[in-house]
Design a protein around this ligand. Structure first.
Ligand SMILES: NC(=O)c1ccc[n+]([C@@H]2O[C@H](COP(=O)([O-])OP(=O)(O)OC[C@H]3O[C@@H](n4cnc5c(N)ncnc54)[C@H](OP(=O)(O)O)[C@@H]3O)[C@@H](O)[C@H]2O)c1
Length: 252
């Protein structure tokens, strides 16, 4: 039996309509999982579904997870069809690089709402016996910005630090329900979020950032492979940790 297999596991992935979440969806399907894909853009979620391994059982939830009164009912519906959930990746998130003087309370609020609160609220639902399999693994996508300082990132870094710290506490609380909880901190990964950030900060600052990655900029699959490990039984004794996937960025 392959310890890294996700066969017979149903995994819910937020942010599945783009970038890292799309890659996690494709790679989890290749490892044998059934999937619940979550994001706002239904067309892009359908595009992700079309890229999955043939015969993957898949359901879609097209919803803004920061303003959803119905998220539990929508999850309950999908669980009735696909079975109880044994994995969760919270990959939905937004990034803003702005000088501190341009930060506003609303900016902090908007970033925390999706990066932190929406993920922990879904974790609350997925930790209920009626939705969770006998064992389960939750993975929160944080960022190296939650560990090391980066100019212009006060709100974003604070949100990602909160994800790392909150995931650690969830690991303590949920272990008695056989739920493992970990975070992953990637450095720069080649996705639409990165393209937007490079537009915000300009060419010079962008090439400085690229130079700080000894192994170059990462690809979404580099994060997806780490997720597969944490979701699989190969990581059955791994909880409360933050796995850094950063091409050497934070080693300097
Ligand atoms: N790319 C990087 O360099 C990098 C580095 C470190 C960490 N990360 C983290 O990795 C995660 C994914 O980033 P990415 O690069 O893949 O970004 P991306 O391509 O922009 O994808 C972001 C995803 O979040 C979803 N999302 C945003 N707001 C939402 C909301 N209110 N409700 C539901 N879904 C929402 C988007 O879906 P819809 O548009 O369909 O709603 C989209 O699928 C983020 O948490 C990011 O902070 C990225």
């Amino acid at each position: 039996m392959d310890a890294f297999s996700l066969k017979n596991k149903t995994i819910l992935i937020t942010g599945a309509s783009s970038g890292i979440g799309r890659s996690c969806s494709v790679e989890c399907s290749r490892s044998g999982a059934s999937l619940i894909l979550v994001g706002r853009n239904e067309e892009e979620l359908i595009k992700t579904a079309s890229q999955l391994s043939p015969d993957t059982k898949v359901a879609i939830i097209a919803e803004d997870i920061t303003h959803s009164e119905q998220i539990e009912a929508l999850i309950a519906d999908r669980v009735a069809v696909l079975g109880k959930i044994s994995g969760f990746i919270h990959c939905a998130g937004i990034e803003k690089t702005l000088p501190l003087k341009k930060h506003s309370p609303q900016l902090y609020h908007d970033i925390f709402e999706i990066n932190v609160i929406a993920g922990f609220e879904i974790a609350k639902i997925l930790s209920l016996k009626k939705y969770k399999d006998d064992t389960s693994s939750f993975v929160f996508i944080s960022s190296v910005a939650g560990m090391v300082g980066e100019a212009g990132k006060a709100a974003y870094s604070a949100s990602k630090g909160a994800v790392i710290a909150g995931a650690r506490s969830l690991a303590m609380e949920l272990s008695r329900g056989n739920i493992r909880v970990n975070s992953i901190s990637p450095a720069m990964i080649n996705t639409p979020i990165l393209e937007r950030m490079f537009e915000d900060i300009g060419d010079e600052a962008s090439s400085e950032i690229i130079k700080k990655h000894p192994l170059g900029i990462g690809e979404p699959i580099d994060v997806a492979n780490a997720c597969i490990f944490l979701l699989s039984d190969a990581a059955r004794w791994v909880t409360g940790t933050n796995l850094v996937i950063d091409g050497g960025y934070s080693a300097q």
